[in-house]
Design a protein around this ligand. Structure first.
Ligand code: DGJ
Length: 754
């Protein structure tokens, strides 16, 4: 990896073994984009890549040079109104009402490693040799605003991160009204756009469409990254698939309002913008003040969607998530939410926990309902002390009982919220986000606390810290169950109200940072009515997130498949729940519920006492299996073999392969069973073609051994004859069926090894 600069041509070339990123100082001093893609040879002069076509008289040009209009030039951080008419990366409102800026190259610096982003989550390095960072400094002479463009190239993988810092070096106040984290101009538009969208209980469903002239975007203006759209998009060539082809993934490490947009102009040039949503955003910069944007991550590959995902997985797993739990196998948990909802006593919880322990569960989690006056979802949020009627020995007493059983204990919080019926609201009614004189809307009967105010964050911190210090708590589930409305902070002046959404998220990050540093061994799981804030920002603090409130195994196929495009298996909270399922009322077999949940953090969302003896034995077996293979499942390389979003979506298949490729677990899921079905083969991926593997299918060994190249080319036969008859001793397949295959390389069968 290297960052080269040619003084003569004022050109930068950032490259590693996979990618090249080339940019130059344009004739007007702005930064121009020349190339982003597969690594190419270095040379001093890449000016041939700067297309300076003469355009018709309609183009407005710089300095009467008819071959230089910003409108037709690829830029690093586009500005509007000075010959470019595309949506810009930046807009600054000045005291005289002008919104123009003219950022001109003023210098640069290259450093080893990667600097931290103050107050914000970001990828990091552990050794300086892992990455290099370029900071390009630009200056707007009129306002004296300084703009620093940060680029980090990692040594491994086609990864580039970007962020931006503004500093007011002038004498007058300005208002930043748009400050994107990334602006990338591409020379063509021959891509398909992929987004991951949905709603509560059907998060991150894959949607694909051709990129067209005009604007396509996904966003959130709900205050959280949202169930609706994820801050992650992909541009892929139409011919690219899981295994090959040109793909670019763009992720934003942020948990609040965002915009991810591609604008294709009528010359077929594509501008990608990613960052904080400019809608309802402004940030006042007084002289001397700075503003740092969140970080954007771009992954480029020519090896298809699978390689893009695995690159994101490795980066987010190893250099975004942090702390004690980063590389550790995640405890198998039993959460009481779907088992009891609000209807529990200490005795009932201990009964559930005892059976969980008996089955091999490692962590018991008490969900919503344990605090203040909470008996249903109308009261109690904000009062983080145990309800002694339900828990006579408090959280400390319950935690001790669970520990005495030989399990760890975990607890649910919803730190950012308050109910009208709570001591906190009664003593601080002005601590909620609401616009004076306007109606304050409720969501799940609760208000949103004004986390832009440090004293509010301090107060919640004090309460949570007390509980976490007093009781032996090993896990925290941090929930967030509504979006933000009537966004306004009583603590800020009128000209800073545009800052509230972002300051709110900074408050959330601040509380996470404090708690994770004070309690470094506690495992945090993020949650927002399921997957309403499943984003890279929170992975920095909480290495796993509850992926969805929909725990039905069939529904989970789409949710977990979509999520896997960006997020590692170790981050995807997935549990086995009861049937009929509480969200869709479907009955699925117990083995399928577990087979889906294995590709995640794994746990149970039910009272195991209510299962039959045979089912309890099956659960014990599932837990034994998960303990044996969880390192491979959670931290191995993940491959999508068959997609629930393609064709009739009837078959989904995923695979996790160990680093040395000697072991793999393959999950195969079929929604509906068909009579007399066609032949079916599944091509596997990620194996060593020279190794030969033994295969067990649902615990039974298949005869013979199979070379990796055979499995990856000829495929594994998965046809299952369902025609009213079964072979003696065999059970027929059913709807919602699934199989788990375990592949193990023979000890000494590596071709040419002996
Ligand atoms: C929403 C979460 O997604 C659920 O798992 C549960 O924790 C409830 N909130 C509790 O109110």
């Amino acid at each position: 990896m290297s960052i080269l600069f040619s003084e003569k041509t004022k050109t930068f070339h950032l490259y590693n073994q996979k990618i090249s990123y080339i940019m130059t100082v344009l004739p007007n001093g702005h930064m121009g984009q020349l190339y982003f893609g597969k690594r190419i040879h270095h040379k001093e002069d890449f000016s041939c890549l700067l297309e300076r076509q003469r355009r018709p008289m309609t183009a407005c040009v710089f300095d009467d040079d008819s071959s230089f209009s910003l409108e037709h030039t690829r830029q690093e951080y586009g500005v509007y109104g000075t010959t470019d008419f595309r949506h810009p990366a930046v807009e600054i409102l000045q005291e005289d009402g002008s919104r123009l800026s003219d950022f001109v190259y003023a210098g640069h610096e290259v450093t080893a490693g990667k600097p931290k982003l103050p107050g914000l989550p970001a990828t990091y390095t552990e050794a300086q040799k892992e990455a290099e960072t370029l900071v390009v400094r630009l200056k707007d002479a009129q306002t004296q605003m300084a703009l620093e463009l940060f680029y980090t190239i990692f040594a491994e993988g086609g990864i580039l991160t970007r962020s931006v810092r503004f500093t007011n070096e002038g004498k007058k106040n300005v208002q930043l009204t748009r400050a994107m984290s990334l602006c990338l101009d591409l020379p063509d538009c021959g891509y398909e756009w992929m987004q991951f969208s949905g709603a509560w209980a059907r998060e991150r469903h894959l949607k694909v469409r051709k990129l067209e002239q005009g604007i396509q975007a996904v966003d959130s203006i709900r205050g959280n990254s949202s169930h609706d759209h994820n801050p992650f998009i992909v541009l892929k060539r139409p011919t690219a698939d899981e295994e090959q082809g040109e793909v670019m993934g763009f992720g934003l490490i942020y948990s609040g309002n965002f915009l991810a947009q591609a604008q294709v102009d009528t010359y077929d040039m594509t501008r990608v913008l990613l960052g904080i949503h400019p809608f309802h955003f402004s940030w006042k910069l007084e002289p001397g003040e700075s503003f740092q944007t969140p970080e954007a991550v771009v992954v480029y590959t020519r090896e298809g969607l699978g390689d893009m995902s695995r690159t994101f997985h490795r980066l987010y797993q190893r250099r975004l998530a942090r702390g004690y739990w980063r590389d550790r196998e995640r405890p198998i948990l039993n959460n009481n939410w779907e088992a009891t909802y609000f209807d529990f006593t200490e005795e009932r919880l201990v009964e559930i926990a005892e059976k969980a322990k008996d089955c091999g569960v490692e962590l018991f989690v008490l969900d919503d309902g344990w605090f203040g006056a909470r008996r249903n979802d109308h009261a109690g949020l904000g009062d983080w002390y145990a309800n002694r009627e339900l828990l006579p020995h408090g959280i400390k007493g319950l935690a001790e009982k669970i520990e005495a059983l030989g399990m760890k204990f975990g607890l649910w919080f919803e730190p950012e919220m308050v109910n009208g019926d709570s001591d906190l609201y009664r003593s601080h009614p002005d601590w909620i986000l609401e616009t004076p004189g306007r109606h304050a809307s409720l969501g799940r009967h609760q208000y949103v606390l004004d986390f832009s105010r440090p004293e509010v964050v301090d107060h919640i911190h004090e309460q949570m810290s007390k509980i976490l210090s007093e009781a032996k708590i090993s896990y925290v589930k941090w929930d967030m169950n509504r979006s933000i409305t009537e966004c306004y902070s009583r603590a800020l002046p009128a000209d800073r109200q545009g800052e509230v959404f972002h300051r709110y998220i900074l408050g959330v990050y601040d509380l996470y940072e404090r708690l994770t540093s004070e309690f470094p061994h506690v495992l945090f799981e993020s949650c927002a009515s399921g997957g309403g804030r499943f984003d890279p920002g929170l992975l920095y603090y909480a290495p796993q997130g509850w992926a969805s409130d929909d725990s039905d195994a069939v529904e989970r196929l789409k949710i977990q498949h979509g999520t896997s495009f960006c997020y590692p298996v170790s981050s995807i909270g997935s549990h086995v729940s009861v049937v009929p399922n509480h969200q869709v009322f479907r009955e699925t077999p117990l083995h399928t519920r577990a087979n889906v949940a294995y590709f995640g953090t794994f746990g149970y969302e039910l009272d195991l006492n209510k299962l039959t003896k045979e089912e309890q034995e099956e659960v014990k077996e599932q837990i034994r299996f998960m303990k044996q293979y969880r390192k491979l499942l959670q931290f191995g390389s993940f491959y999508r073999l068959s997609s629930p979003f393609e064709g009739d979506g009837n078959v989904t298949a995923w695979m996790a392969v160990s680093e040395d490729k000697r072991e793999a677990v393959l999950g195969w899921y079929r929604i509906l069973s068909h009579a007399n079905p066609p032949l079916a083969r599944l091509r596997l991926s990620g194996l060593d073609e020279r190794l030969c593997y033994r295969i067990t299918e649902n615990g039974r060994e298949r005869t013979g051994v199979y070379y990796g190249d055979e499995l990856m080319n000829a495929g594994l036969i998965t046809t299952e004859g369902v025609s009213g008859e079964t072979a003696p001793g065999e059970k027929g397949g059913c709807d919602f069926d699934s199989r788990i295959f375990v592949l193990k390389a023979e000890r000494s069968c590596l071709e040419g090894e002996e």
